[in-house]
Design a protein. Structure first.
Length: 517
């Protein structure tokens, strides 16, 4: 058993793949072996997480997830007996004992044979709970008595260990099917022990909040040949993208150029977005790009309102006209959007036609939505081997797909992949568990980051960081995808580091940008 989210990458298996692995493993082992192993692991982790608990509630459901809970309860009771009767183990079972599936029925039989009693109701108070109500077999919102138990469990404030999946969480999408009237405690300590496989739903959409700290045990079953993972979890920046010690004999030209095109001036409709471009530029600079330029949109020609950034004088400001006619359009990574407003739409045809490496964010994405010629251009760029990275949040993704935010959020992996396929681009679908996808490749889910990033400008910082990652000498398309994933991971990692070390106050996008490398 191990804690997940620290090292390397992890394959994530959806429902069909997990069921297939389970079938293959079960048929090669004596009956009930997997459940016996699963229940023992749950008991061991419960003891490790709650060594001083006085009362542990084990809430079991009507399927094999409940069976895991029953095996765990049997062990915990046994441990308790050998240490003088504590903790008190209270077991409930939602579901008809006569209709349990064979593994769970066997677990119940064994539990009863050791003297374990099934209680009619949850304990009036408990200091740790095991959620063994529903696992991968949940396909509809919890209902009936099971929903009542889930409500009690999630509103109690006591730490919870979910067996395999938090009950009601969709294994593939991470969407939580909530019990009616459920009022979860956001501050509740949560753990999930994922069994046999790690599942995509644990790491995106509602998954991160519901699962809490994820643990994994493969139940002694080695990875199955021929069973395809649905996605990959990035717990560490890919090796090829980690910041490396720079060779001595290098110069600023060795680390590439980034141009930020955005930051609408306040003269345009009275709405100034200059800060967005400056944040992206600072992030690109701190992210390691050799030279960073900023071209602000909507300024009066010949009279740039912003000539330099006193906080970051390394940034070089250019007028849009000078930039568009310069060689930078071909040599630099162009990061376009970032507070670009409506003006950006006028420039996009030229940008798409000239820039071999392009990151499109925010207003640039909205402009693409409105123009089918620009959409066709994206396909042509890919055919020429040019790189386009789209960095939508769910609403922008919905606009690009002609759907709505709820549909995007109902399957974030599919939405990102759909965007990549449709626009022949690398896509970073932002949000809890950002998804990185590319045409014809397995999508990735980023494991780093936290809610400190939920503040204005952090998306601009990400766009700048992706820009600097792409500014390094070009590699294969696969390396490019890895670099984008590395930048996304690093962006989240900075926020993780910040909450571990900061004493007070909120993380701002400027603080994030300054630490970008
Ligand atoms: N069979 C095996 O070999 C193993 C199974 N394992 C465990 O078994 C789980 C999967 O077991 P199952 O396939 O039985 O599925 P679950 O135990 O997740 O749930 C299926 C049962 O819940 C009921 N149900 C589904 N949705 C409901 C809802 N919304 N409200 C109320 N009842 C609902 C179904 O009618 C069915 O009775 C895994 O998540 C894992 O915990 C592990 O022990 C590993 C080995
Ligand atoms: K569960």
């Amino acid at each position: 058993m191990r804690r997940v989210g620290i090292h390397g990458t992890e394959p994530l298996y959806g429902l069909e793949a997990t069921r297939s692995i389970e079938r293959t493993a079960s048929s090669a082992l004596p009956p009930h072996t997997l459940m016996a192993r699963a229940g023992l692991r749950v008991a061991e982790l419960t003891r490790a997480l709650a060594p001083h608990a006085r009362c542990i509630w084990i809430a079991c459901g009507p399927g094999n997830n409940g069976g895991d809970g029953l095996v765990a309860a049997t062990h915990l009771q046994h441990f308790g007996r050998s240490t003088g009767g504590l903790p008190d183990i209270v077991v409930t079972l939602c579901g008809d004992p006569a209709r349990l599936p064979p593994d769970a029925a066997h677990a119940l039989q064994q539990a009863l044979a050791t003297g374990l009693q099934i209680q009619d109701a949850p304990p009036s108070s408990f200091d740790f709970a095991v959620d063994a109500l529903l696992g991968i077999g949940c396909r509809r919102p919890p209902e009936g008595l099971l929903a009542d138990h889930l409500r009690i469990l999630r509103s109690s404030g006591a730490p919870v260990l979910s067996v395999d999946l938090p009950s009601g969480l969709d294994i593939n999408t991470g969407v939580l099917m909530r019990a009616p009237g459920e009022n979860p405690q956001a501050s509740q300590e949560r753990h999930t022990l994922s069994l046999l496989t790690l599942k995509p739903g644990l790491f995106t959409a509602n998954g991160r909040d519901e699962a809490g700290q994820v643990w994994f045990d493969d139940l002694g079953v080695p990875p199955c040949d021929g069973v395809l993972a649905q996605a990959q979890l990035i717990c560490e920046a890919p090796h090829s993208t980690a910041p490396r010690r720079r060779a001595h004999a290098t110069h600023k030209g060795s680390y590439g150029e980034v141009v930020i095109l955005g930051g609408q001036d306040i003269a345009q409709a009275g709405a100034g977005m200059t800060g967005a471009a400056v944040l992206a530029a600072r992030a690109a600079l701190h992210g390691g790009a050799g030279r960073v330029y900023v071209a602000l949109l909507g300024e009066t020609p010949g009279e740039p309102a912003v000539r330099w950034d006193p906080e970051c004088p390394e940034l070089m400001f250019r007028s849009v006209a000078a930039l568009m006619s310069s060689a930078l359009m071909q040599t630099a990574v162009i990061v376009c959007g970032c507070g670009g407003g409506d003006v950006v739409a006028e420039l996009l045809p030229a940008v798409l036609a000239q820039a071999p490496a392009l990151v499109l964010d925010a207003d640039a994405l909205n402009a693409i939505v409105k123009d089918s010629h620009l959409q066709a251009r994206l396909q042509e760029r890919s055919a020429s081997g040019w790189i386009t990275v789209l960095t939508p949040h769910p609403l922008e993704a919905a606009r690009l797909l002609g759907s709505d935010t709820a549909t995007v959020m109902s399957d974030r992996l599919a939405a990102a992949q759909h965007l990549s396929d449709r626009f022949a681009a690398i896509c970073v679908l932002k949000g809890s568990g950002s998804v990185i996808s590319a045409p014809g490749r397995m999508p990735m889910i980023n494991a780093s980051g936290n809610a400190a990033l939920a503040t204005a400008g952090t998306g601009d910082v990400l766009a700048g960081m992706i820009g600097s990652a792409l500014a390094l000498p070009p590699g294969s398309f696969e390396q490019t995808v890895q670099r984008v994933a590395g930048a996304v991971h690093q962006h989240g990692r900075l926020a993780d580091r910040w909450i571990q070390t900061a004493h007070a106050g909120h993380l701002t996008a400027s603080m994030l940008a300054e630490q970008a490398l």
